[in-house]
Design a protein around this ligand. Sequence first.
Ligand code: CRA
Length: 829
Amino acid sequence: GFGERKAKAERMFSLMDGFLKNDPFSLQKDILHHVEYTVARSRFNFDDYEAYQALSHSVRDRLIERWHDTHTYFKRTKPKRLYFLSLEFLMGRSLSNSVINLGIQDQYAEALSQLGFEFDVLAEQEGDAALGNGGLARFSACQMDSLATLDYPAWGYGLRYEYGLFRQIIVDGFQHEQPDYWLNFGNPWEIERIHVTYEVKFYGTVEDVDRNGEKHEVWIPGETVEAVAYDNPIPGYGTRNTINLRLWAAKPSNHFDLEAYNTGDYINSIVNRQRTESISNVLYPDDRSHQGKEMRLKQQYFFVSASLQDIIRRFKEAHNNFDELPEKVALHLNDTHPSLSIAEIMRILVDEEQLDWNKAWNIVCKIFSFTTHTVVAEGLEKIPTDLLGSLLPRHLQILYKINSNFMEELKKRIGLDYNRLSRMSIVEEGAVKSIRMANLSIICSHTVNGVSKLHSDTLKMRTFKDFYELWPEKFQYTTNGVTQRRWIVVSNPSLCALLSKWLGTEAWIRNADLLTGLRDHVDNTGFRHEWKMVKRLNKMRLAEYIETMSGVKVSLDAMFDVQVKRIHEYKRQLLNIFGIIHRYDCLKNMDKNDRTKVVPRVCIIGGKAAPGYEIAKKIIKLCHAVAEKINNDADIGDLLKLVFIPDYNVSVAEMVIPGADLSQHLSTAGHEASGTGSMKFLMNGCLLLATADGSTVEIIEEIGSDNLFLFGAKVQEVAELREKGGALKVPLQFARVLRMVRDGYFGDKDYFKSLCDTVEVGNDFYLLGSDFGSYLEAQAAADKAFVEPEKWTKMSILSAAGSGRFSSDRTIREYAERTWKIDPCQCPF
Ligand code: CRA
């Protein structure tokens, strides 16, 4: 009975000696315990890596305690839960973030120093968890941090790739990709749940079965794989709540196939079986486009099937009627990657739970919300029906049925406008018949979110115009955000201390709106002095890193000008490089006396190119070729340097961003759905040089157009400029720079030809030529501001002061209240 169980629990708790203690002495005992019994090294002989492992395990113990309490509390109080479905999470490192969120950073620092170690040195031992590509994936990670901090009863679901995003190495200026087998040395931040497993099925056929005299279609699958759960605790800041990120790994299924093992070819049947279990092995390295690959589709379904089985099981444990599903469960589709969930949940409800189709459909339409992260229609995911039909035959049928019902309803609403009907159909006819995942997601979701105001306008007016006209109320926007815990507290401790000192509170760590309080001090010279010192410290840290990575010595007095993000034509790293060439050309042709007036610059570029994206790879090579020329020109010296930072990832970002004076966000207006890098720079008091694209439009509203350097065509002008084609006006300077590259001034003439062709007049889709003039003007304005340090510092302070709106806490609160309709559920201490 209950009394008995309670007595047992109390006895266990007393055996456990209560909760783990966090004073430095207890922490030391725990670390040494893990050195000896987890890492299995002698307490008198262990190196930094082993110390990191033991340290992490002691942190993990504390996370587990809170994880248990949080989930016991959720289970007891049964709030409506959010399930955040995403195929990508860019978590980066966990150690510093965890101890900061647990609030025991100082205790750990002291404990370690008494053991003769330095916390920061051990933290450097950790590798990045890079289970994602770029902005979308890092945004997922920031949202998890905010969900935990704001006490929302949420779970993240994803895939546990064994190979994360490739490592970028540069050989002779060219990008090479190296596999990121990140689990090699174990991962203390995950908890393997060997008992939480589900079977995921593929292939096979659909057969008719008789159910109470009625004919029903049922899937008879042909292949089974097992999904095993790995839980990653996500601690909130200033709360006991610690939520879960559950990642699935594919494992051999214990269902064995008698046939295969009776043919006498035992070894080969194991090898074959192993192949089907490689589903979760590798992350696809393309940012924004995933098209028509069978393994990718398998990954998506594997992820969706395991997650939904888990979610439905949890729901059924607490509730017995599917009518309650919409009150208890919110499912969020992070882009279309998890959108097979829609077909899968219909299959579960109709085929397995035997609900009537219409009843199931009504429930399903109330639980999904969808965020799309792309702008261009070509970037939207499509799945060839051939592929889908062979891998998931029953799901294809379900999708056809959803579509034919939708088409019927639509005809009633809009009549027989066949063009519009075919544009809105889930099924795309044509050379390759395929399923449009975005249309499916829009039809089934109660809310369709854009990631910035501008993006949402584009969705309504262009990309999904037909749907907007049908269901205007579905279309919302929730501007992206980033977590100030990682992007200030973890990555910029000196700024963190300065903010708390001058705001008189640490409360901004949970409420970033308080950063506006910095505006009150902007005229205080003492404050500005400290602000400058913090920037200088971070520039020193970055300069050291640059020297070790690239051998280039840079001057701290120079303006550190940074562009770090995935390499894409639309992000226009080429515009930046052309600007640098122009600057170099001007310096070379300048009178020696005039050179003394020039603002010295260190131009820093970093980012990965998708392995198959040739033009992006050429941009990287050009950057190195230009750097080689400039950095070795003794005549130029410290006036201009160009460095490429290899293998840009979350932990590199943590160092680069705080050290930047200026950061560049150059996308052709209308192409960057939001952009989140800019928000991190803003928080760190770095000035932006940017086009009026994505979330920058809202940043301008917040900090005022005087506090950043804006340039380039506006969204409304882009189409018209493109139409001009060969008649487009391009400044002479642009033509000159292009000529230099074409003529082999930086070597590799033939190699760069196709790159140059992409920006030739008449072919310049991203409008580098027509934006070049105003780009140079914005750069000149930045130079002018930089020579007035007091003015610059004020702009820097006002940038950080206006960054509060771009905290992911604001993003999550908006989603929670407007879209997911979930309430905080705080686990009592
Ligand atoms: N590449 C957009 O391009 C946006 C992030 C997060 C992107 C960015 O402008 O900030 O998403 N889109 O919303 C994307 O991944 C699948 O589409 C991105 O990271």
